[in-house]
Structure formats: C-alpha cells, structure tokens
Design a protein around this ligand. Structure first.
Ligand code: EPU
Length: 337
C-alpha cells in the first residue's frame, strides 16, 4: 500500500477531469482498508470507487481512498438460484460478463453500465426496466468511524429511483466492501419489452433469446446512444429524469402533445430529461471542450480538456433554460465535488 502525493485523478474518473489529490492511497484488502481507517489519514477521506458517477470541480485536499478490493465467489446455491458475493473493487460490467459466462440470469439488462460493484447500491443503478435492487440480497460495509463491519439487507438499503440510504441517512458514514446478488440458474426471467431490446433482438433474427442474447442487445443499444468513457469523457446520465405533478404535466402536454412521459402514480409523471434538453435545443451543443452528447442529450461530455467547472457551468445553463421553458427543475444525478 503506497501513499502518493499530488497525484492526478484523471485516470480515476470517467469524465477524465484532471484534478489533483494531495494524497492518494489504493487499498486491495480489508486489512489495508482498516489500517488506513485507523491511521493518520482517516480524519478526512474521499472515497473513490469506479469514478463513473462524479464530477470533480477542484483539487481534493482530503486523502483519496481508492477501493480496489477484488474477488467474486459463490456463497450459497439451491437448485434454482445462486448467491454471489462480489467485492467492491470489481468492475461492474466485467462482473456481469462473468455471471453470463456461468449462465446465471438477472443482470443482463444492466450490461455495460460503467463503474464498480461498490458504488452500484449507492444509486441503485438501473437500465432497461431492471434495477440493482431486483437482484440485491445484501451488502457489507465498514463504518468509517468505528471500523466495524456491518451488513445491510435490501429493506435496510431503502432503495428508490437512483437512490438509497447511502445517499441519504448514512451518507459518508460507510464504505461498501462487497455486494451479494441472487441470480437464477434456470428458467431465467427475461425483460425485453423495455426500450428497443425487442427490436434489437428481431434485427438479429433472434426469436427465443437467451440471457446472453439480451445482454448483447443491451450492449448494442447502449453503444449506439451512449459514449464510451474511454473515448469521450462522461458520467452517463448527468441529470435524473424529473418527476412532475399531474397538473403541471397536463399544462405542458397542451403545448407539447408529443412529450414522452411515464405515469408513476395518479398525481405524478416522469418526463425524460433527455427529451427536455433535446427539445430546448442543446443536443450536440458544445462550449469549449464541454458538451451535450449528440445522441443522448441527458449525457454531458468532456471532449478532452474541459475542467469540472466548465462542465458544471454548462449543466447550470441547461438547468436555467429547462426551468424557464418547461418550469421543471432538473436535478443532477452525478455527485459533484
Ligand atoms: N430522448 C430524446 N432526446 C434525447 C434523449 C432522449 O428525445 O436526446 C427521448 C427518447 O426518445 C425517449 C426518452 O427520451 O423517448 C427516454 O430516453 P432513453 O430511452 O435514452 O432513456 P433515459 O430515460 O434518457 C434512462 C437512464 C439511463 C438508462 C436508460 C435506459 C436515468 C437518469 N437514465 O435514460 O441510465 O441507460 O434509461 O434504461 O434514469 C445512467 O443512469 O447513467 C444511465 C445512462
């Protein structure tokens, strides 16, 4: 375990923002993690996982703690299901590919989501009609203050849309060290009705899809719409899809009858933020190296040398326009530091 001084965080955040960490330490075992938490650096820590859901706007003066805990193991098995524990530093998509290679079903719709296992419960990652919570059993986490190991089951995590207890009540209190999933071994339940999965399967001439086919379809759809962070810096959806009241929705629908929407209760509708930003004329907009992706307006991108502040300014500009044009407040989905 080495402590680096004045280390660039550019390789550690998918937006590719070049800020410095005054101190940077990467831990590969629970023992190393505990020793950091007990040591001199524990007073002020900045916990870094896959770095795929954050915008860094300034140098980090706290000690950056990179969670690099690796390992995947089967912890329990029945005839129909398997329980798999993955450590926090495993890459999410590589883990999904591992489950598919073993023919374990459940995570195929969540293929190609950037980030690591440890961050996945924090915002209850989701795509194409499936959310992490649908296959989550529990997670282990370490209390930063007391260095005690804790276990959280699904109910305790209080999952919501891109939300959990780790973003609210216990924010900053724990470091997630592993996550346990329950996946199917046979009779896999497929969710292909959402978005264009069925179309993508049809295009490939697949009528009786396997979980691997669904994963491949999701990968193809994502690659068409979403930029690859290795080629173009980004953090996926920058904003959440806003939820508005039925009254506000009816008013807007008069002016924009084509507006896509999902009814989520008698009095609430969810509107795709990407559509709002697109409609406001920002799709493909670029200001220096900060931009709005040309294929999916909910995604902000870094063309190379944008600073976090420049991306944030663009985000604010978009929020102001959406507020004035649609009377809707867009809320960031990424964490801003
Ligand atoms: N749309 C536009 N213009 C755009 C973008 C979208 O008109 O530039 C319209 C689309 O035509 C569609 C609707 O908006 O009618 C929804 O778009 P899409 O299916 O691309 O999904 P989304 O709601 O924008 C959400 C998640 C994504 C996830 C997809 C697929 C959020 C904040 N984002 O996006 O998650 O991959 O659904 O399930 O919920 C992420 O969280 O980082 C992420 C990429």
């Amino acid at each position: 375990m080495k402590v680096l001084q004045n280390s660039s965080l550019k390789p550690y955040n998918s937006f590719g923002i070049d800020v410095k960490a005054e101190r940077f330490v990467s831990v590969s075992s629970l023992e190393e993690l505990k020793s950091v938490l007990m040591g001199n650096y524990a007073e002020e820590l900045f916990v870094l996982g896959g770095g795929s859901n954050m915008l860094l706007t300034k140098d980090i003066t706290a000690t950056v703690l990179h969670i690099n805990l690796k390992g995947i193991k089967v912890v329990q098995e029945t005839e129909d299901f398997v329980y798999i524990q993955a450590n926090a530093g495993e890459n999410w998509h590589e883990f999904v590919l591992w489950t598919l290679a073993h023919d374990y079903g459940g995570l195929e719709n969540l293929s190609l989501i950037p980030g690591n296992i440890g961050s996945s419960p924090i915002q209850n990652i989701g795509a194409y009609g499936v959310e992490l919570k649908d296959h989550f059993v529990s997670c282990e986490a370490i209390d930063i203050q007391t260095i005690e190991m804790m276990n959280f089951n699904a109910e305790e995590c209080d999952f919501g849309y891109r939300n959990s207890i780790f973003k609210n009540k216990v924010k900053g209190k724990y470091i997630i060290t592993s996550v346990t999933f329950k996946l199917s071994k046979k009779n896999h339940q497929l969710y292909t009705n959402y978005g264009s999965i069925n179309e993508a399967l049809e295009e490939s001439g697949i009528t009786n899809p396997s979980i691997q086919d669904v994963s491949n379809a999701v990968i193809r759809i994502r690659q068409q719409k979403l930029p690859d962070p290795r080629e173009l810096g980004n953090s996926g959806s920058f904003f959440k899809n806003p939820v508005i009241s039925a009254g506000a929705f009816q008013e807007l629908q008069k002016e924009y009858p084509e507006m896509p929407h999902y009814k989520i209760s008698e009095n609430e509708f969810k509107i795709p933020g990407g559509w709002l930003i697109d409609r406001a004329g920002f799709k493909g907009f670029r200001e220096g190296d900060a931009g709005v992706h040309k294929n999916q307006a909910l995604v902000l991108v870094n063309y190379g040398t944008a600073t976090g502040k420049e991306i944030l300014n663009l985000a604010k500009k978009i929020q102001v326009k959406i507020q004035s044009q649609f009377k809707i407040a867009l809320e960031p989905e990424v964490n801003i530091f």
